[in-house]
Write a protein of this length. Sequence first.
Length: 220
Amino acid sequence: MNCCNKPSCANGVGANSIGDFFSKEARNFLKRSKRRGLEKSQKNLVEGLSKAGISDKSILEIGCGVGYLHSRLLLGGARSAFGVDISEEMLRLAKMYMKELGLEDKTDYLQGDFAEISEAVKPSDILILDKVICCYPEVENLVEKSIAKTKSIYAFTLPRDAWWVKSGMTVVIRFLKLFGSKFHPYFHDHAIVNGRLANNGFTQIYHNQTLAWETYVFQK
């Protein structure tokens, strides 16, 4: 899954927006998650979060999609999860899936672009950005607003700092622009995110990578 296979890649909602596109794809997202389980990079996230400790902690997942990732954490002992996503259909299916798992009383959701609606979101113990940072052009704004909603653990996955990833993203960006897409991925220097976290009192406790993704977990 590339970074723009995330609802948070969206620039707006409604007809022909990315939010609308992912609403159409939401059912396939859920089916694929149920069939394949967590991706390798998501397994790394869970591993890092488990190292930090998730028992009885609240979760805020930005770009939560159908909620599969935070459902695994809830089943693993987390207390509650709040998901933010720009796709109405993604959240509708997330609610259905949580009911199927018996987790509806532990979850709540809000539709919209987190960077625009962050004031309506309460802080949580754990904040997760799974392949979301690379979809925001103004990374500093997203990171600062998300840090403000993080009590203790900040976990994220973004494109690996490797030449083949940058080359691949360049091709994707050119392709999307060629066909008039309203969005494209962004490669942000990892030091920007890590530096902001360090300046806010967070220390890196976990780092892992796959061929295309790097996962970090910071703790305050």
